[in-house]
Write a protein that binds this ligand. Structure first.
Ligand SMILES: NC(=O)C1=CN([C@@H]2O[C@H](COP(=O)(O)OP(=O)(O)OC[C@H]3O[C@@H](n4cnc5c(N)ncnc54)[C@H](O)[C@@H]3O)[C@@H](O)[C@H]2O)[C@H](O)CC1
Ligand SMILES: [K+]
Length: 508
């Protein structure tokens, strides 16, 4: 599913109007009818008396059209104009006149004068994709009153007060129960905290073909089964194995991760690679750690690096790692590895001299964040980085707050600049590819916020790489599957507060 910015929406809108010849009044009419239908569908069909809050732009025009459809279907709408509707222009003015002639009751808003007990539900058509900054003056007070009424609110396109492009929530902002997104979902509806304001989001078709987005170079997507198939040819749910295949067909993952006190990181990553279907998995540790990990998971092969008796990665030669990963189809580097004095040179050597696809996480990312690795020689093999917001902030040299305020923008910029795939973890994980494509994941749940879940993700992605998925699809599909497994684990343990990383592995 395509996810657009307000700017992209404006361009597609203009194209539909000017090049396809769809009159803008038709689009507004469709938007009004569609959103009205969304408001009164399902259990809200019983809501009779609607307050339709109308701003002075086209979002307001959509709201006026919606109120007329509600009236036509036997409901009782009242338009509450935030400002004098005499100032309306274009299509919104036409809708205003039709609604008046149709007999839709209307009032002009005065602070504190709306009797909310006269209504059972609210349509929010105050501000849409043309809004900027926090709602001002009467818009703000009307939003506050609407929220305080605790009536169920259906938002038109976006909840008023939400930044349509980043998902940041201004003060005040409509708290909707439903949002009818017009033509496409918007970035702000797909990222936190905005998505909490939007409630249940439905896409309302208004006469614009979905694929127009692709022609306008929209490269932000929501990951769902249809998108996986369309973009990557992945048929989710189909048996993935050919009858005449063998373990050699499904690749070999090398997991370079874990120390004595953090052995679990390597174990969980390697086990996840196994469960997601890698033909072979080898777990590599410093020699002195070997005895502690023998026999933990019998299907995983083990290898040990000379470590001068320390048990630390600091004593492991980069060239030894390169030798081991060279004939593998994917390698995981970083989880539970620790930091040491010359770790940057160490990682740079592996980066430059190996041609194995790399999945780098945890300490591996912390090493990278202290180098200017965009200056390192470009790799022919792909690199997938899997930072959480703190690691992303260190990689970009900004604050966690700045990362969270624009997750899509930050991940995309970093991926494009450095030629790597970035998986920015967190609720609605964002995967950005070097060509600027961004996929927003929808699977997963907060019970997965436990130590080790990230190690499992590295193993899933590496396991898919080993099976021949190219880097972006391995990352996007891996994130999707990891979340689905977490959802199943949460369902099975519905009375638990959390799922352990091992529970996620069990569901892969
Ligand atoms: N294809 C489509 O999606 C269609 C969308 N439609 C609807 O049009 C809006 C966008 O309309 P636009 O006129 O560009 O902007 P808005 O209605 O969102 O608001 C602009 C209006 O509000 C004032 N304003 C802006 N920011 C603020 C603020 N913070 N506080 C107070 N006032 C503000 C500004 O001055 C303008 O006057 C889209 O969301 C859809 O709902 C079409 O109707 C159909 C096709
Ligand atoms: K709105």
């Amino acid at each position: 599913m395509y996810v657009v910015t307000s700017e992209e929406m404006r361009k597609i809108d203009a194209y539909a109007i000017q090049k396809i010849g769809l009159p803008s009044l038709v689009l507004m009419e469709n938007a009004g009818r569609g959103a009205a239908k969304a408001a009164v569908s399902g259990e809200q069909a019983e809501i009779r008396r609607w307050a339709v809050l109308v701003g002075k732009g086209n979002n307001g025009g959509d709201g006026v059209a919606a109120s007329r459809h509600l009236m036509e279907w036997g409901f009782s709408p009242t338009i509450i104009y935030v400002d004098n509707p005499d100032s309306f222009q274009g299509e919104a003015a036409i809708q205003r006149d039709i609604a008046a002639a149709f007999g839709v009751p209307s009032v002009i808003y005065e602070e504190g004068e709306v009797n909310w007990a006269d209504y059972d539900g609210i349509v929010d058509a105050l501000l849409g994709t043309g809004s900027s900054g926090a709602p001002r003056k009467k818009y703000a007070s009307l939003i506050i009153e609407a929220n305080e009424s605790v009536l169920p609110i259906t938002a038109m396109d976006i909840p008023s007060g939400l930044d349509p492009d980043t998902g940041q929530v201004h003060t005040p902002c409509i708290q909707a129960e439903r949002t009818a997104a017009l033509a496409y979902t918007k970035r702000g509806l797909e990222q936190y905290p905005g998505l909490k304001q939007a409630g249940e989001v439905s896409i309302c078709s208004i006469g614009i073909m979905a694929d127009l987005a692709s022609e306008h170079d929209v490269r932000t997507f929501r990951t769902d089964a249809a998108m996986l198939e369309k973009r990557f040819g992945i048929y989710h749910g189909e048996p993935a194995r050919e009858a005449d295949s063998n373990k050699g067909t499904y690749g070999h993952v090398l997991t370079a991760a874990g120390t004595r006190l953090m052995a679990g990181a390597g174990l969980m990553s390697a086990t996840a690679s196994l469960r997601i279907g890698a033909g072979l998995v080898t777990w590599a540790v410093p020699e002195r750690v070997l005895d502690n990990v023998v026999g933990r998971q019998p299907e995983i092969m083990l290898t040990a690096f000379a470590d001068e008796g320390t048990g630390d990665w600091s004593a492991v030669k980069a060239s030894d790692v390169v030798n081991v990963i060279e004939n593998k189809q994917a390698a995981v580097l970083g989880p539970g590895m620790g930091r040491w004095k010359k770790d940057r040179d160490w990682l740079e050597k592996i980066w430059k001299t190996s041609s194995c696809p790399l999945v780098i996480d945890a300490d591996g990312l912390n090493i990278l964040s202290e180098t200017n690795f965009s200056l390192w020689k470009k790799r022919s093999a792909p690199v997938i980085l899997t930072p959480h917001p703190g690691e992303m902030a260190r990689l970009c040299g900004c604050s966690v707050k700045e990362v969270q305020q624009d997750r899509i923008g930050i991940a995309r910029q970093f991926a494009e600049k450095n030629g790597v795939v970035v998986v920015l973890k967190g609720a609605r994980t964002v995967t950005a590819a070097p060509d600027g494509s961004v996929s927003i994941n929808t699977t997963g749940n907060p019970k997965m916020a436990t130590g080790g879940a990230g190690d499992v993700l590295t193993g899933v992605i590496a396991g898919l790489l080993a099976q021949g998925f190219e880097a972006e699809s391995a990352a996007v599909y891996g994130v999707y599957l990891h979340g689905l497994a977490g959802d199943e684990a949460a369902q099975k343990r519905s009375r638990s507060r959390a799922v352990a990383a091992g529970d996620i592995i069990d569901e892969l």
